[in-house]
Each structure stands twice: as structure tokens, then as C-alpha cells.
Design a protein around this ligand. Structure first.
Ligand SMILES: *[C@@H]1O[C@H](CO)[C@@H](O)[C@H](O)[C@H]1NC(C)=O
Length: 312
């Protein structure tokens, strides 16, 4: 009851990305293309891995988990952004805003743990090939996916616990196209320095930490690829460089949001488009379409779908 009395803010207003009509049109066209493509690509991966027994191995299970979470990444802020792009008055309810923050952080946490699990999987496959099946047992895989969800949920709930009861007394304009903590906190009518510090420590630490874990694991993998193999190393290197590209594209913007002291530039809004729209589209491309086994399986699934449609 107390919060209702304190908070007169029941909705937030987004300023959106830009007022220029031509940039809006450009954003609309590109974002909706990326949105549709990543929803289709990631659903196809989840479906293919689930339905093809050839792909019932740790690497593909993790990939399917990543695609599943990427469906969430695509859905959490882009549909609302697309819907709002041409509207003058872009509003989101208080509950909608908090829900968005909740899911952004669950999904972000899950995605980070899964990326680390996938790097670990490649490390074991390349550096300890004889022990691959014992180390990456079905139990390990399930452990990784459970850990990912537990970490994501905990990370998000801890931060929400700090902010859900904040008093909002009037200011409700967010210079953004989605709700997230750095700007949300700034609107509260108390001194928020400590809260901002908490967000920097929590979200900043988890993103910088995972980023370094990933970079170090890829460096270790690359070094051992070069030491051990001669023939297959260029193929492995090209795969690894693709993974590393994803890591930079995904973490670059995040680290910028959560560790930069004041979210006042326009740069972070445009960087946010990367994580909202482009990374969920890139993941299937980078992890899948360069992979022969996966391409064959996808063709098989598509053929089955087509012939199923014809006969029914
Ligand atoms: C995620 O990984 C687990 C463990 O390997 C697997 O059982 C599950 O089917 C995967 N989930 C999806 C959506 O592919």
C-alpha cells in the first residue's frame, strides 16, 4: 500500500531513438527484417536439434539452448520498439517496465552462462578430445543449462529487489526505447548513487567477468590448436574467430551500458540495437551456417516440412 501512496508514476514515456523520419523508416525496415530472420533462424535450430537424432550431442544441445534464449532476446524489447517507432507518444506501464527489466536480466544472465558453456565445450573437444564424452556427459549438459537459468534468475531478482520499491514522484521520461536499470534508477526521487553503484557492480561485474572468462578460454583454445594440429588448424581458427566476434558484439555494448558512469550519450541507445536486434540474428549464422552437419540436418528438416505440407 505504501508504495502506491508514494509512487505517482504509473507509466513511463520513451523518447525513442530519433525524430528523423528517414532514420525511423530505415530502423523499421532493418529491425523488422532482423527480427523476423532471427525468430525463424532460431526456431529452426531448436526444432532441428530436437528432431534430428544425429544432432543429439552436447554441442548441439547447448546451441539449441542458446537459440531458445535468443528467441527471448528478440522478443523482449524489439517488438515494442517496432510498434513504437512511428508513434508520437511512446508509453509503457510501470509493470511493463519492471517486467522488461526482469526479463532483460534473466535472459542476459542465461546467455552469458551458455556462451561460457559453449566455449568450455569447444575447449574440451579441441584440447581433451579423448575425454570429451566423459567430461561433456548428458549430466554436465543438464548441469550447464540449469546453472544458466539459476544464475539468470538470481542475477535479475537480486537487482529487482533493490529497485522495485523505489519511490517515483513525477519524472517519467526515459531517453531510450526500452526499460533498463541505469536510466530507470535515475528517475527515482531519492539519492540513487548507491543503487547505481549496485547496478555497476552486479551487471557490470557479471558482464566484464564473463567477457574475460570467454576471451581467456578462446586464447587458451587458439594456443593449443596451434600447438597440436597442423592440418585442421585454419578451419578451427576461422570457427573460433567467428565465436570471438560474437563475444565482442554481445559484450561490447553491455559493458558500455553498465560500467559507463552516466548514460547520457545517444551512443548507448544505438549500441542497444545491437544486442536487441542483431546478436540474436548473428548467433544462428555464426554457430550454424558455417557448420556442415547442421546445414545438412536443416535441409532434411525443411524437406520433411515441405513434404508434410504437401501430403496433408
Ligand atoms: C537444453 O539443454 C538440455 C541439456 O542438454 C537439453 O536436454 C534441452 O533439450 C535443451 N533445450 C533446448 C530448448 O534445446
Amino acid at each position: 500500500m505504501e508504495r502506491v501512496n508514494q509512487s505517482v508514476v504509473s507509466e513511463f514515456v520513451f523518447l525513442g531513438l530519433t525524430n528523423s523520419w528517414s532514420i525511423q523508416l530505415l530502423l523499421f525496415v532493418f529491425s523488422s527484417m532482423f527480427f523476423v530472420a532471427s525468430m525463424m533462424g532460431n526456431s529452426l535450430i531448436v526444432f532441428t536439434v530436437a528432431s534430428d537424432p544425429h544432432l543429439h550431442s552436447p554441442m548441439y544441445f547447448l546451441l539449441a539452448n542458446l537459440s531458445f534464449i535468443d528467441l527471448g532476446v528478440s522478443s523482449v524489447s524489439s517488438p515494442k520498439m517496432l510498434y513504437d517507432l512511428f508513434r508520437k507518444h511512446k508509453v509503457i506501464s510501470f509493470t511493463g517496465c519492471v517486467t522488461q527489466i526482469f526479463f532483460i536480466h534473466v535472459i542476459g544472465g542465461v546467455e552469458m552462462v551458455l556462451l561460457i558453456a559453449m566455449a568450455f565445450d569447444r575447449y574440451v573437444a579441441i584440447c581433451k578430445p579423448l575425454h570429451y564424452l566423459t567430461i561433456m556427459s548428458p549430466r554436465t549438459c543438464i548441469l550447464f543449462s540449469v546453472t544458466a537459468w539459476v544464475v539468470g534468475l538470481m542475477h535479475s531478482l537480486i537487482q529487482l529487489a533493490f529497485v522495485v520499491n523505489l519511490p517515483f514522484c513525477g519524472p517519467n521520461v526515459l531517453d531510450s526505447f526500452y526499460c533498463d536499470l541505469p536510466r530507470f534508477i535515475k528517475l527515482a526521487c531519492i539519492d540513487t548513487n548507491q543503487l547505481e553503484f549496485m547496478v555497476t557492480v552486479n551487471s557490470g561485474f557479471i558482464s566484464v567477468g564473463s567477457f574475460f572468462i570467454l576471451i581467456i578460454s578462446y586464447i587458451v583454445i587458439i594456443i593449443s590448436v596451434q600447438k597440436h594440429s597442423s592440418g585442421g588448424s585454419s578451419k578451427a581458427l576461422s570457427t573460433l574467430s567467428a565465436h570471438i566476434t560474437v563475444v565482442f558484439l554481445f559484450f561490447g555494448p553491455l559493458i558500455f551500458f553498465y560500467t559507463w558512469p552516466s548514460p547520457s550519450t545517444h551512443l548507448d541507445k544505438f549500441l542497444a540495437i545491437f544486442d536487441a536486434v542483431i546478436t540474436p540474428f548473428l548467433n544462428p549464422i555464426i554457430y550454424t551456417f558455417r557448420n556442415q552437419e547442421m546445414k545438412v540436418a536443416m535441409k532434411r528438416v525443411c524437406r520433411q516440412l515441405v513434404s508434410y505440407r504437401k501430403t496433408s
